[in-house]
Design a protein around this ligand. Sequence first.
Ligand SMILES: Nc1ncnc2c1ncn2[C@@H]1O[C@H](COP(=O)(O)OP(=O)(O)OP(=O)(O)O)[C@@H](O)[C@H]1O
Length: 333
Amino acid sequence: MSIIEVKGVRKVFKKPVREPGLIGMFKTLFSFKYTKVEAVRDISFSLNKGEIVGYIGANGAGKSTTIKMMCGILTPTEGKITIDGFEPYNPKERKHVLNKLGVVFGQRTQLWWDLPLIESLVILKEIYDVTDKDYQERYQFLTKVLELDSFINQPVRTLSLGQRMRADLAASLIHNPKILFLDEPTIGLDVLVKDRMIEAIKEINQRYETTIVLTTHNMEDITDLCKRVIILDEGAILYDGPIKSIKTKFGDMRNISFLSKDQVNLEHLRNVLGTYAKIDEVDGYIHLTFDLSMISVNEVLKTILDLYRIEDIKIEENSLESIVKKIYETKQV
Ligand SMILES: Nc1ncnc2c1ncn2[C@@H]1O[C@H](COP(=O)(O)OP(=O)(O)OP(=O)(O)O)[C@@H](O)[C@H]1O
């Protein structure tokens, strides 16, 4: 059953036309001239309970605008959004939506800066009217999966970035929201803390069946967490479906990079493999990119090993990162 419904949503911003210079700045203040920015154009999708979806797109694609409309901070110019049946931006329905949402913005904290983390959690318990029993259960679970114990009594301003992000995630979940919006939840985190964060998000999703909308430019997070991805471009949806299918659509590509003890004659290698593989040389390493439907890894390896004595070799799948880069460039899936 779908918990979020977005139907034919459009958002147009009016921006005052600014004239150059200081006088222009004053004129702008009293001017009635506007241009229109269509941040979101006719988008529709629905999310089921417990789904984790990656909501991605280049800078300015319209991600934040959609999330703000789903949270009720902005009202769509056209179309309709429902969260568990209620419109978040409708003043009469808003109160039914707020306690269903949790939000984490990687760049900003929502915690009280000077208070110890534990105090913030208690305040949130009161604000959201969480029962003692529920609070205890969530507190135990969240302190464990997010490893909050060692800094729970410290004021938030003294926390490291990794600690603060975990604290923010815990705070957004104290009222057990049905939906969690995560905006760049791992930005700036070291590999270990990032992995902990990803694992915690998975555990939270499994335990509480939380529906998660993840906005990020980090494709590793998307691959680690999401089966489904929605790709936005200039306010419209370019792709909505399983990550697996984009990979198939773009060809099942592999990259082989190798360092040879022998001189590699690129012309010769191109003559042997050229129609099947793209061949480049960077810093002494030869990089081959090829489509598995054209030639197998085995065949490519055999060719290389027959021709050269190999010092180092690496085989990689084409990353989601490179696929998405191509989609942003070509604006096509
Ligand atoms: N309040 C506003 N007034 C005018 N234009 C706006 C406003 N908010 C967003 N926009 C414009 O709408 C478009 C979409 O912006 P949005 O912030 O939704 O993009 P985004 O996909 O979240 O980008 P990023 O990855 O950079 O955060 C941009 O062109 C932006 O300049």
